[in-house]
Write a protein that binds this ligand. Structure first.
Ligand SMILES: C[S@@+](CC[C@H](N)C(=O)[O-])C[C@H]1O[C@@H](n2cnc3c(N)ncnc32)[C@H](O)[C@@H]1O
Length: 242
């Protein structure tokens, strides 16, 4: 089934960039995992985030063809694939999997994604999830389906409360931690809503943004997959050693 998000993100990424991130936000995302090893970025967008990863080998996929093209242009080996289907990689192929701002697009169909992450992540590997945090009122109302001040481009991408995700990962044997994180990112394509709507919403969104300026806008889950890693050497290190 072709997802509506693929057409939407093809359009949002029609130029050369999907989002603009300040260097500090990219540094924070990169810093979530120190020794990343072989790294996969699920829903890699235009490749800006994986390009900032300090890792020996980074690959990505996205449901949007245009995003995969832009990501390849930034030096990330990227393919078109649906996170809700089978990931096009071998079992245990990755030491680290990032998934930034993708789960809220999946209409809560998260189990197949976690099935596939668990398959491609080696035992002891790390999954990073970063999402808009529904506990922040500004974020919740600007993402909520049907909200008069929705700024999210697709009308079914509510922000997530991390307390919904943590038990799903714990049930799979992950050791999980969750921390607040503030990430700035500007969508480049502004024409999703007509100008009059953007002007009408502006006073409310600006006021809410001001009120909630000190509440982190996202959460970061760091989940370590169970497994005996004693004596295990990531393939990337083995390559470096030979
Ligand atoms: C909000 S953007 C985030 C992009 C990038 N991760 C970032 O943070 O800059 C959401 C991304 O998820 C992708 N996406 C949405 N649904 C997807 C799916 N079912 N499978 C793979 N990618 C998907 C979109 O095409 C888009 O690139």
């Amino acid at each position: 089934m072709k997802r509506p998000q693929s057409a939407l993100f093809d359009r949002l990424a029609a130029g050369s960039q999907l989002y603009v991130y300040p260097p500090d936000s990219l540094r924070k995302l990169n810093g979530l995992v120190k020794d990343k090893g072989r790294t996969l970025d699920v829903g890699c967008g235009d490749g800006t985030i994986p390009q900032a990863f300090d890792a020996p080998w980074v690959t990505g996929f996205d449901v949007s063809h245009r995003c995969a093209v832009l990501s390849r242009g930034r030096g990330i080996a990227s393919v078109v694939a649906d996170a809700g289907g089978g990931f096009p990689y071998a079992a245990g192929a990755f030491d680290t999997v990032y998934c930034v701002d993708v789960l809220h697009h999946l209409e809560r169909r998260w189990q197949p994604v976690f099935d596939e992450v668990s398959r491609v992540l080696r035992p002891g590997g790390t999954l990073v999830i970063v999402e808009p945090d529904a506990r922040n009122t500004f974020v919740r109302w600007t993402q909520a389906p049907g909200s008069p001040i929705r700024v999210a481009p697709f009308d079914n991408e509510p922000a997530i409360d991390p307390r919904e995700l943590l038990p799903l990962l714990e049930a799979r044997g992950y050791d999980v931690s969750c921390r607040p994180i503030h990430i700035e990112g500007e969508q480049v394509e502004r024409s999703v809503f007509p100008l009059w709507q953007r002007l009408a919403k502006a006073p409310f969104t600006l006021a809410l943004a001001f009120l909630y300026r000190n509440v982190p806008n996202k959460f970061a889950i760091i989940a370590t997959k169970a497994g005996d890693t004693l004596g295990e050497v990531p393939a990337a290190s083995m390559e470096a050693a030979t």
